[in-house]
Design a protein around this ligand. Structure first.
Ligand SMILES: NC(=O)c1ccc[n+]([C@@H]2O[C@H](COP(=O)([O-])OP(=O)(O)OC[C@H]3O[C@@H](n4cnc5c(N)ncnc54)[C@H](O)[C@@H]3O)[C@@H](O)[C@H]2O)c1
Length: 397
């Protein structure tokens, strides 16, 4: 039988001591940002939470864009509610994208919000979160001790895989490409793919390109990373130390260039300059996945799924800033696979105890009870930083 705990999510100090089974009311909001079709919980995830005794309320139509109709959630044991129900009555609210201006008035004291936030680049939202007294946990800053970002990785995996597909597709002549089949055929050589940055995006781009039959070269600056790639890809790619000179020479041979570099906390370095386009083959394709960090190609600017490419000096540029948004069914499942364990932990223990048990999750807390608890966000807006342990006396598990 379910017992409703009298411990609220906001009463951090008492959470650890109160070892009563919790029933949490978990809301899932419908995304209202343009072109956002993902949803923060699948019916399978809803079932897991319901089985653990929680109340799950899905906003009407929240899963439609990811091909999860309301009835599937109902079959999983969830309830369907209005936007007002979900925002005003939940204790834990799950979203995909950051709240946008029409949603600011719904932020409130006592609510735990778990979503992508990216507030270092969004001062109005930072202030709205601080003023509301909400407890805001950002997917993108959940970080393991070995510096992995487990809630960003699934989107990088998807973007990397799309990058190789998009490169192959836009090589077709009627689409402005060279008119080359990336994988070749018996007796005809395949195309060449150059991947700049062999991290999560670069690795995933490489495995799809290899699968299509292309010849793949990855340039990176980390010897350890290249050693790893060489080992797991069993020598099916060439790994080469990245330098300006190396990029200049490799780019001349490439049919597809995939920009996948990341320098943490900084804008992407401009590795491909406008001058370099002159040495490339006409109709070659550049896919600049790093466009969301400003792009690693000088001539790149952000595009959309409805108008994804443009040409500069005869080179096709594909620079879609939210590549995973094009495949919401896959993205929703991949995202919720990664987020569900954290959702379960917050639901089971309450935020205070959950972050005390898991330092990765603690790094996700950006704003708590009117204080900014994630230093880069405070620095970005020149606002006061309060260490999480000062705001939230970490409960002992
Ligand atoms: N457009 C989209 O929809 C989308 C989606 C997901 C990720 N991204 C972006 O893709 C980029 C890559 O993300 P990731 O998850 O693979 O990051 P990652 O940290 O896993 O990998 C980045 C790699 O770049 C390498 N690198 C850094 N400087 C380099 C240089 N000068 N030359 C060559 N390699 C260099 C690093 O050593 C690292 O291996 C990021 O900018 C990320 O924001 C975009």
């Amino acid at each position: 039988m379910r017992r409703r705990s009298r411990v609220s999510c906001s009463s951090f100090g008492r959470v650890a001591a109160a070892r009563v089974p919790r029933v949490l009311r978990i809301g899932v909001a419908r995304e209202i940002k343009t072109d956002e079709y993902r949803v923060a919980l699948t019916p399978a995830g809803a079932r897991e939470l319901v089985q653990k005794g929680h109340d799950v309320v899905i906003e009407t139509g929240a899963g439609d864009g990811s091909a999860f109709p309301d009835e599937e959630y109902v079959r999983a044991g969830a309830q369907i509610g209005s936007v007002d129900d979900v925002w005003s009555q939940s204790e834990l609210l799950l979203k995909v994208k950051e709240p946008i201006e029409p949603e600011y008035a719904r932020l409130r004291d006592g609510l735990v919000l778990f979503t992508y936030l990216h507030i270092a680049a969004d001062e109005p939202l930072t202030r709205a979160l601080v003023d509301s007294g909400i407890q805001a946990v950002a997917y993108e800053t959940v970080e393991t001790d070995d510096r992995r970002l487990p809630l960003l990785a699934p989107m990088s995996e998807i973007a990397g895989r799309i990058a190789a597909q998009a490169g192959a597709y836009f090589l077709e002549k009627p689409l402005g490409g060279r008119g080359l089949l990336l994988g070749g055929v018996p007796g005809v050589a395949p195309g060449r793919v150059l991947v700049l940055g062999g991290g999560v995006v670069g690795y995933n781009a490489a495995i799809i390109a290899i699968g299509l039959g292309a010849q793949v070269t990855i340039l990176d600056r980390s010897i350890d990373r290249m050693r790893y790639l060489d080992e797991i890809l069993s020598g099916r790619v060439s790994t080469v130390m990245s330098s300006a000179l190396q990029i200049e020479s490799s780019i001349a041979d490439a049919d597809v260039v995939i920009g996948a570099v990341l320098v943490p906390g900084a804008r992407a370095p401009k590795l491909v300059t406008r001058d370099m386009l002159g040495v490339m083959k006409k109709g070659a394709v550049i896919v600049d996945v790093a466009i969301d960090q400003g792009g690693c190609v000088e001539t790149a600017h952000a595009t959309t799924h409805s108008d994804p490419v443009y040409a500069v000096e005869g080179i096709t540029h594909y620079c879609v800033a939210n590549m995973p948004g094009g495949v919401p069914i896959t993205s929703t499942k991949a995202l919720t696979n990664a987020t569900l364990p954290y959702v379960e932990a917050i639901a089971e223990h309450g935020l205070a105890s959950a972050v005390a048990r898991d330092r990765s999750l603690a790094r996700g807390v950006n704003v708590l009870d009117g204080k900014i608890t994630y230093e880069p966000v405070a620095e970005a807006h020149d606002l006061e930083y309060s260490p999480l342990e000062d705001v939230l006396p970490l409960a002992r598990a």
